[in-house]
Design a protein around this ligand. Sequence first.
Ligand code: NAP
Length: 268
Amino acid sequence: MENNTLILGGKGKTGRRVADRLQGMPVRIASRSAQIPFDWENPDTWEAAVEGIQQVYITYQPDLAVPGAADSIRAFVDVAVRSGVRRLVLLSGRREEQAQLSEQIVKDSGLEWTIVTSSFFAQNFSEGVMLPAVLGGAIALPAGMVAEPFIDIDDIADIVAEALSTDKHVGKHYEVTGPRLLTFADAAAEIAEVSGREVAYYPMTPDEYRAEMAKYGVPEEETEMLIALFGEILDGRNALVADGVQQALGRPARDFSDYARDAAAAWK
Ligand SMILES: NC(=O)c1ccc[n+]([C@@H]2O[C@H](COP(=O)([O-])OP(=O)(O)OC[C@H]3O[C@@H](n4cnc5c(N)ncnc54)[C@H](OP(=O)(O)O)[C@@H]3O)[C@@H](O)[C@H]2O)c1
């Protein structure tokens, strides 16, 4: 059947990796700039995006932790159910209130589901919100010396692609992390080593972070969203390793050092 898998955020960090892995399967990429535009902020765009679709990989922008995210997920799931979608695969974040509500909505949808609840992405340093900071040599965050098991998102894409191309993961909820806890200072040191750049981590108070972001012209709303997000997920609650990658794929999660070696080109 034409276009039977819809990938929300299909040009994003995990979405494009999932699309690469599903080559040969009919896939529709959705985002605001896609051929059939999809915008989380504009529910009028949702119906056309899910028309004729049997399964959806759901990534939510800007982040599943933001207030109101669960309302959007609920409304989208309703549209998907009405449209005849059979399977949902949700990417979620660890121990975030809005994310947990969204996970439950997907579980209660009556459709087949798989949920991948993830730690902080390693690729945030090379493709995401923190790349400019790495290139500038200073990773400054209101995150203290908390430890985090950064995950290589190729592991997430491997699980999601299997969940969309086999029945192995139906009804499974995986908590996925990297295999090792690192502080942001540890991560900066590893990135410095493989890139040959000077990169250091500077813990900041939320007020110092606000002032720093304002210097770079980051919109106030985005800064406040990040402060709230980091305050929620980087307060120590997530400083533990989980074995979801091993459970799902039968192999260990990729280590941060392997990620950093492979991502080094992004920092040259
Ligand atoms: N980053 C982390 O460390 C982390 C950790 C755990 C969980 N998560 C979860 O991961 C999810 C994000 O997945 P991801 O990082 O793979 O995606 P992503 O890279 O953030 O997705 C970016 C894509 O989303 C599209 N997009 C932006 N705003 C949109 C909107 N309003 N409506 C529709 N599409 C929009 C953009 O394309 P257009 O410009 O064409 O619209 C862009 O290509 C979030 O739900 C987050 O909670 C993230």
